[in-house]
Unconditional design. Sequence first.
Length: 259
Amino acid sequence: MDSNKNLKKFCRFSVDARTYSGAVRGNMVDIVEGDLFGDLSDIRMSFPVDHVKFLPPIMPTKIWCVGVNYMGHMREMGHEPPKEPLIFMKPRTTVVGSGDPVRIPEWAGRVDYEGELAAVIGKRCRNVSEFEALSFVKGYTCYNDVTARDLQTDNHWIRAKGFDTFGPLGPSILVTEKMPDETKITTRLNGSVMQQDTLASMIFPVRQIISYISRFATLEPGDVIATGTPAGIGRVKPGDRVEVEIEGIGSLINPFISD
Ligand code: MG
């Protein structure tokens, strides 16, 4: 793992119909060989960020999500403070990368963006304490928990949250065990700021969410945990463009189109 030491932002991308693993370095992407969980070595070839198509940085093993995890969002939804994390899942077929379109069928009704921080699990774990939880994290990326709000009437939310393309992920994974509490998360709709908060506003911090899930399920390398959205959710329509930006990671940008 020593060769990972200098790796800051892992990504996957394509150029000229070829697919690579990469490391984002400023406005450049370097090709790296290997995989996120093993040894990675740099290859001395890089491309300007503008010239590459980002792919999802990882195809998740499982996608866990936390509902109602920021005080502001809790209030705007009229929820009571949760006593424990509210966990749900999304299918892997929701995953798309930065730049990929999110497809909205007309019958889905109102569809909302939800900008979120996603943690990527690096090591298998079960029954871990909050104290040790972050040592199982590989890194963090941006997530958009796209939701068909009108259909969120099923208890399990699977249909409302589970449409194909309703889980944009990326553009890169910042390799670190912990994000600073003061890290800013911002969601823009067609360039206007709609959501802005810091990770300090989470009701249940990442370490607590991991410990909670690990009490009933094994977390595996490649599991992604979306950690909830701040206040300011809103509707997105075909033709709109949503950007989820997290300091230190980058911007996840997706156009929305009708399906
Ligand atoms: Mg959400």
